[in-house]
Design a protein around this ligand. Structure first.
Ligand SMILES: C[S@@+](CC[C@H](N)C(=O)[O-])C[C@H]1O[C@@H](n2cnc3c(N)ncnc32)[C@H](O)[C@@H]1O
Length: 279
């Protein structure tokens, strides 16, 4: 890994820690909408039922974070949607804090099977044979020059005919636009976040044929403390306060374009990318 590549991924890892809990909670005050939208976007229960073999389905949750995706699936009735079938889940994340958080939210139909405290790019070759692998708002901190290896490793974890899904924001989304403007204003040496477009290119390079649908929605707040926590967590950098962000170009211009009479509204554009593993 290059030293430039280490910064964004290392800052991500430092924030996915008990010391970063307050920032994580500020972030999810707005980012909770990401999980509502992606769970509503497709029939995940049907994806899981359709991937089951002999009445069981094995899932790899890549970069599981704090388990917001399985929690929202459960909240929306996944247990009845899969007709009482157990969904056996492996949690993968380099952060042991994230794995513990995700583990703590799991309930029916999920049954924890194994944990992998490792970067996706470094996942042991012997781990595989999954019916389903998903990564939801998860791969931004994998450096663009390593996303090919990461995505290839993810596709390789699927059994032939298995179902893959990556939900990821595009270059037109708040997440990527804010990260780019912050980088230009305060952190020119930082490694850029990886975009949905780069993920799709990586999937094609890995030899799969992805399908994609697009979600567009807005998240917003007029609470400046919440806003500051959300924005700092978006870039894993709490060294710059909100007033400084609002004053320094080009970030100031981007934030002004999102502000209306004291309320901020951020446009999200997210790709729901799915594929079937080669048989
Ligand atoms: C926003 S969270 C993912 C949210 C999650 N999908 C959920 O349902 O809550 C991003 C996670 O990616 C993890 N991460 C960072 N670099 C990674 C890498 N190279 N491989 C796998 N996970 C990584 C972080 O530790 C963090 O827990």
């Amino acid at each position: 890994m290059s030293s430039r590549a280490a910064d964004t991924e290392a800052r991500s890892l430092a924030h996915w820690d008990e010391a970063g809990r307050a920032g994580m909670e500020a972030f999810y005050a707005l980012a909770v909408e990401d999980y509502r939208r992606m769970v509503a976007a497709r029939d995940w229960a049907s994806d899981l039922r359709g991937s089951a073999v002999d009445g069981r389905v094995r899932v790899l949750d890549v970069a599981c974070g704090s388990g917001k995706f399985p929690a929202e699936l459960m909240r929306r009735g996944l247990a009845s949607g899969v007709d009482g079938m157990h969904v056996e889940i492996d949690l993968l994340d380099p952060s042991v804090f994230s794995i513990a958080e995700a583990r703590s939210v799991l309930g029916p139909p999920f049954v924890l099977r194994a944990e992998h405290a490792v970067r996706l790019q470094d996942l042991d070759r012997t781990v595989g044979g999954f019916d389903v692998a998903w990564a939801t708002h998860a791969l931004y901190a994998i450096p663009p020059d390593e996303i090919g290896a990461g995505v290839a490793r993810m596709t390789d974890t699927l059994r032939p005919g298995g179902f893959g899904a990556i939900v990821h924001a595009t270059t037109g989304s708040h997440y990527l636009r804010f990260a780019e403007a912050f980088r230009a204003s305060f952190a020119p040496e930082a490694t850029p976040f990886t975009s949905a477009e780069q993920v799709t290119d990586a999937l094609r390079a890995a030899g799969v044929d992805p399908s994609s649908s697009t979600l567009r929605y807005t998240v917003g707040t007029d609470d400046r403390a919440v806003l500051e926590g959300f924005l700092q967590r978006c870039v894993f950098d709490d060294s710059v306060d909100l007033a400084t962000m609002e004053a320094q170009e080009p970030l100031a211009g981007y934030l002004a374009s999102c502000r209306d009479d004291g309320t901020y509204r951020f446009q999200q554009e997210v790709h729901v990318i799915t594929w079937t593993a080669r048989t």
